[in-house]
Design a protein around this ligand. Structure first.
Ligand code: SAM
Length: 285
């Protein structure tokens, strides 16, 4: 373990950390270096960092990328963040909520500033809002080629889980629809100030040029996925006929499953990312 200056910065600026904003700051430079290694940065990469905190990881990112745009929600941290990063000229700090900021506009503006279209997202994510942030970056944000996130260990396991396992769910399907996910390494609680109650994992999501499944109606695909996992104990036929958005009765649904070579009493949670695609295409008029 190689401690960094997190504690000094907290003391110098008399910071009170806000638990509800997920403020557990990395206090280990070896971990920071390994996360940044995993991000695969090039000289021309623009990095979007979510939640820089006091900037422990931002510094290492700035050393290895063309520029870093760091989006931090907590205005109380901004003076300490600016002070801690004052030696770096290629860091831009935006005080905003990453769920509200116009990320496409930020990528366009800073991509132009640094003359690049190579964009990666790196974040030690606030755990209270991990899934909404990841979903936003998967579904709405364009132009990001790869993401490296620190998440709660269980969330990383859900992202890589396969059909029929207990961790497999709507998040697994969404991540594997858009990306190829790779677990990189675990980070124990003692690497943070304050220590979180959970173990953390670094996961890399390589964004696919095209989604892993070709679907005619993406909205319907994700409606099917949500309906299938929303009622895990029900059979797929019951879950879908209860969901209310399909104009198909149980017999018609059974026939469609039969046509896919699936049993009529199959549960949704055993369908692969591809099988959800096949089903959604068969249900698309
Ligand atoms: N990157 C720093 C580190 O590794 O030491 C801090 C990581 S800490 C787990 C999460 C950070 O995200 C905090 O600084 C917190 O204030 C910030 N944050 C929480 N919610 C946010 C949001 N909606 N938008 C942007 N930043 C957020």
């Amino acid at each position: 373990m190689s401690r960094n200056n997190t504690l000094d910065v907290i003391k110098k600026h008399n910071l009170r950390l806000t638990k509800s904003l997920g403020q557990n700051f990395l206090n280990d430079d070896d971990v920071v270096r390994k996360i940044v290694d995993a991000a695969g940065l090039e000289e021309d990469t623009l990095v979007l960092e979510i939640g820089p905190g006091i900037g422990s990881m931002t510094k290492e990112l700035a050393k290895r990328a063309a520029g870093v745009v760091a989006i931090e929600i907590d205005k109380h941290l901004i003076p300490a963040l600016r002070d801690n990063l004052s030696e770096y000229s290629n860091i831009d700090i935006i005080n905003n909520d990453v769920m509200k900021a116009d990320i496409d506009a930020i990528i366009a503006e800073y991509g132009e500033k640094y003359g690049t279209k190579s964009v990666r997202t790196v974040a030690n994510l606030p755990y209270y809002i991990t899934t909404p942030i990841i979903m936003r970056f998967l579904e709405e944000v364009k132009g990001v080629q790869g993401m490296v996130f620190m998440v709660q260990r269980e969330v990383a396991q859900r992202m890589v889980a396969g059909p029929g396992t207990k961790d497999y769910g709507a998040l697994s399907v969404a991540v594997q629809f858009y990306c190829s996910p790779h677990i990189i390494f675990d980070v124990p609680p003692h690497c943070f100030i304050p220590q979180p109650e959970v173990h953390s994992t670094i996961i890399r999501l390589d964004v696919l040029e095209e989604p892993s499944v070709s679907v005619k109606d993406r909205k319907l695909y994700f409606k099917l996925v949500r309906a299938s996992f929303g009622q895990r104990r029900k059979t797929l036929v019951n879950g879908l006929s209860n969901a209310g958005f399909l104009q198909k009765d149980k017999e018609q649904l059974k026939k469609i499953l039969e046509g896919m070579g699936l049993k009529e009493n199959i549960r949704g949670e055993v369908l692969s990312v591809q099988q959800f695609g096949e089903l959604s295409n068969l249900l698309t008029l």
